[in-house]
Design a protein around this ligand. Sequence first.
Ligand SMILES: C[S@@+](CC[C@H](N)C(=O)[O-])C[C@H]1O[C@@H](n2cnc3c(N)ncnc32)[C@H](O)[C@@H]1O
Length: 295
Amino acid sequence: MLTSHSLEDNVNTSYPFVKWAGGKTQLLSELDRVIPSEFERYFEPFLGGAALFFHLISNRKLSFSSYLSDLNSELIITYKIVKDNVSELLQLLKQYEAAYKSAPFGYYYELRDKLKPINDIEKAARFITLNKTCYNGLYRVNRSGIFNVPIGRYKNPLICDSNNLQNVSRALRYSKAIILASDYRQVMLDYAQKGDFIYLDPPYNPTNPTSNFTSYTEYGYGDHDQKQLASIFKKLDERQCMVLLSNSDTPFIRELYSDFMNYTKEVNVVRAINCRGSKRAGHKELLIRNYIENA
Ligand SMILES: C[S@@+](CC[C@H](N)C(=O)[O-])C[C@H]1O[C@@H](n2cnc3c(N)ncnc32)[C@H](O)[C@@H]1O
């Protein structure tokens, strides 16, 4: 059993354990400049790889309790298992890694299409293995919600990153993470309170008709969803939460958040994962917030 002291000692080296489309690792230095100086509860309801969560807890060494959620239930099962059953997970993951390395192609498609996980530890091990070996690390589902990404071109992928997974587990326990498979609206309306810091990182509004990667879930994410998100942003503002949102810099997004443009920052980014490798061009994003204070 870990004491809270040993948890604190080990939270400083964790980083995202899944590759995720739209992951925010690149934007961290910009996000860091607009983090509020004080908060007790942190919410990341479009969790993905949770780059900002790991930054806050590892690099900034902030202490807070967290609500981490995403609509992708396999991703969320994996976070829960990493938090509560990391030793069993590592054991199984090592087996999957060995099986993959002995026959990458055959094992990848067997794991993706044939082997049915019978418990959450198996689901988590399968999820991590596929994430580390699939094409571009791009989690994408078809309209029936089935993961359908082909095998990627990796020579020697690190599937079982034991050190980091153990540190992630400690970070999740240290921040007493409440981990939920849920739509962001539910989590926001049920739990967010005055003084909470909330980072909203939704699927982005496409900058052009071919840049619309929104297939994280079978539901996609369109203009109607962006409008609903803007109305939730306003509700959270009325509740006096501190809300930070990232999105692409488009006229539509500027219009939706026109009340908050005084506090908005433009930043330049190169997208880490695009559906087409050749389209990894730089572009502008917006960091929209409803508070002025920062560290
Ligand atoms: C841009 S990614 C977040 C990336 C994350 N910030 C990171 O650092 O990796 C958007 C996430 O929103 C999730 N998502 C899409 N629709 C959602 C919804 N209605 N409620 C909650 N999560 C949703 C997707 O599954 C995806 O993980």
